[in-house]
Design a protein around this ligand. Structure first.
Ligand code: TA6
Length: 302
């Protein structure tokens, strides 16, 4: 694949843009007959994506901040190489460093009408200080009628590397209190809001009615977010499939916690629900020296 390092190398109609007050947060604005999207180089993070003639597939906070090294609230933040608090030091950044580092754009092009982008990240002194492993990672995005994303990681060190990750998706809903997440019934879950509680088992489609922060296990990697408030014969439904992921994390901070986040203004917390295919906790991946693994996810209107 040809390396792409400058605006001139982007396909016609795509633009290199800079986000935020300081105009210093580089991103790529994608415009094709199939979709429009915005991808930040930091975190190789897909921020927005709207298929032609359809509703957006992702939510981006109206209060999102574009500051180098700080996570952006919305789209698909990539939590890697750990999920949640750092396994050894909770004072270190939550959810790993991948979403806070600028990735190198390796390729940008269009194949059969589908936008293709590939980003790369390798270890350096900063990452090794946080996670003492030598690695290379690639994120590949295919954007057409839906979103296909793949994370590929190679352990280039000589010791086993523990990897936990999540595709921390923010999905748009009219009102989180009137949406339904299907595909979780029968799955055990850990409720992070009741850390000492034993695993519970989901019995029905989840309809959030208060702050929710749950890690489901044994997920078959498929679920649907049904926006029950969308008028019309069929509520808007977004289907998520990620067969390589054994966990699904569901999160919404609700009003009180959202107010403390600082980048979810007003009642915008009502407009999203996070449903995150992941491999975390007991499903952390032990990547052997020299081993490569990849995990994929598809998001589309059902
Ligand atoms: O995925 C759920 C979660 O782990 C929640 O506990 C909450 O912390 C959320 O991620 C957002 O984390 P962030 O660091 O992006 O604010």
């Amino acid at each position: 694949m040809a390396a792409v390092h400058s605006t001139e190398s982007l396909p016609a109609g795509w633009r290199r843009v800079f986000l935020g007050a300081g105009e210093s947060f580089p991103a790529i604005a994608i415009d094709t007959p199939a979709c429009r999207a915005l991808v930040a180089l930091q975190g190789a993070q897909l921020l927005t994506m709207q298929p032609a003639g359809a509703a957006p597939l992702l939510w981006l906070s109206p209060g999102a901040r574009y500051v180098a090294g700080k996570a952006v609230r919305g789209g698909i933040p990539l939590c890697f190489p750990w999920f949640g608090n750092h396994p050894d030091d909770p004072a270190l950044p939550a959810h790993g460093f991948a979403r806070n580092r600028e990735w190198r754009l390796q390729y940008a092009g269009i194949d059969a009408g589908v936008a293709q982008l590939q980003f790369a990240l390798e270890d350096d002194a900063q990452t090794r200080a946080l996670w003492p492993h030598i690695f290379s990672a690639e994120v590949t995005l295919s954007l057409g009628a839906g979103i296909d994303i793949t994370l590929a990681v190679t352990n280039r060190g000589d010791s086993t590397a523990p990897v936990s990750f999540a595709f921390h998706n923010y999905f748009p809903v009219v009102d989180v209190a009137a949406c339904c997440i299907e595909g979780l019934a029968g799955l055990p879950f850990h409720d992070k809001l009741q850390p000492d509680a034993p695993l519970a088992v989901e019995s029905v489609p989840l309809r959030p009615a208060a702050e929710v922060d749950r890690v489901y296990t044994g997920a078959g990697g498929a679920c649907r977010i049904v926006d029950m408030t969308v008028a019309g014969p069929v509520a808007q439904t977004i289907a998520v499939t990620a067969p390589d992921c054994r966990n699904l994390v569901v999160w919404n901070p609700w009003g009180a916690k959202a107010a403390r986040l600082g980048d979810v203004p007003g009642d915008s917390w009502r407009r999203f629900v996070c449903v995150e295919p992941a491999n975390v906790g007991a499903d952390t991946i032990l990547l052997a020296a020299g081993e490569s693994r990849r995990w994929s996810m598809r998001i589309a209107h059902a």
